[in-house]
Design a protein around this ligand. Structure first.
Ligand SMILES: NC(=O)c1ccc[n+]([C@@H]2O[C@H](COP(=O)([O-])OP(=O)(O)OC[C@H]3O[C@@H](n4cnc5c(N)ncnc54)[C@H](OP(=O)(O)O)[C@@H]3O)[C@@H](O)[C@H]2O)c1
Length: 270
């Protein structure tokens, strides 16, 4: 099997690089010799990460404070990448909002949908169009979640955004296969990152039946999955088994009810 660099060239973009899974993707890609374009809103975190990756791995790093929910974010990215040959995109940035549906303000739903759905769709469209136009091969990795596989009470909107990404990416995997463009959707279960462990909406960790997966393992699995051009990949053996059991042996109603009981505890008994 070819290496990531042989397959996807020398530059990669990582969205949501300032924290959690995106930060870890940036580290592992730099370790693999990729030059990086790091995007997120918190500039100071990006600056520190960029410096440490340059020092440690001797790679080139560009970074910018970009709000992916803003109207013109693609213009910013286009400007930053016009002189480099970017052929790998990790579309990772996302936000988790949990709680009773009727109690969450509409503005929060709009923000989540703008980030988790609209921004990922727009950047995927921009990136794949740019690759096809230039007759380039490349890779697009999209972050979904195991929440995508059924309705999740008290995380209803988030789970729905992740279902959109799962379906979008699996379809694009087929569309771009014969053009040498890999598209893979990564679906982690709970991962040990701030969005989960420091989430103000719920005490997820207290009621999980197992420990959240370590972020370095999630990213390793993701990089291997896109190299193999898998349409989607659930990270962690236990997550794969539980998703398989729910899909195969339970009705969708029952799977949703099972999630609902444990989400209720996370949200209301924290
Ligand atoms: N952690 C989990 O258990 C888990 C499980 C399954 C899937 N996921 C998915 O994995 C992805 C990463 O999650 P994570 O756990 O690593 O979360 P995280 O630690 O909270 O990181 C989220 C990243 O997204 C960036 N971001 C948020 N809003 C943004 C905006 N408007 N514009 C640009 N960047 C923005 C954040 O940077 P700034 O705040 O600096 O902008 C941060 O770098 C998400 O798509 C999430 O849904 C996570």
């Amino acid at each position: 099997m070819k290496t990531l660099k042989e397959k996807f060239g020398s530059w990669a973009i990582v969205t949501g690089a300032s924290s959690g899974i995106g930060e870890e993707f940036s580290k592992q890609l730099a370790q693999n010799g990729f030059n990086l374009v790091l995007l997120a809103r918190r500039e100071e975190l990006l600056r520190k990460l960029a410096q440490s990756l340059k020092d440690k791995y001797n790679v080139e790093i560009k970074y910018a404070c970009v709000d992916l929910t803003s109207k013109n974010f693609l213009i910013q990215i286009e400007e930053m990448t016009k002189d480099i040959d970017v052929r790998f995109l990790i579309s990772n940035a996302g936000a988790l909002r949990m709680g009773a549906f009727h109690r969450i303000p509409m503005a929060d739903f709009e923000r989540t949908i703008n980030l988790n759905v609209m921004a990922q769709m727009k950047i995927s469209h921009w990136f794949t169009s740019y690759l096809v136009k230039g007759d380039k091969k490349g890779g697009l990795l999209l972050l979904s979640s195991t929440e995508a596989y059924q309705g999740i009470p008290y995380s209803a909107d988030y789970a729905a955004t992740k279902a959109y990404i799962l379906n979008l990416g699996e379809a694009l995997n087929f569309e771009f296969r014969d053009k040498g463009i890999h598209v893979c959707v990564l679906a982690p279960g709970p991962v040990d990152t701030p969005s989960l462990t420091e989430n103000p909406d719920a005490d997820v960790v207290k009621y999980l039946p197992m420990k959240p997966q370590a972020v370095d393992l999630v990213v390793k699995e993701g990089l291997l999955a896109i190299l193999k051009n898998k349409p989607s990949h659930i990270t962690g053996r236990m997550n794969r088994i539980s998703t398989f059991i729910m899909k195969t042996f339970m009705s969708r109603k029952k799977a949703t009810a099972l999630w609902g009981k444990s989400m209720y505890k996370m949200v209301y008994l924290k």
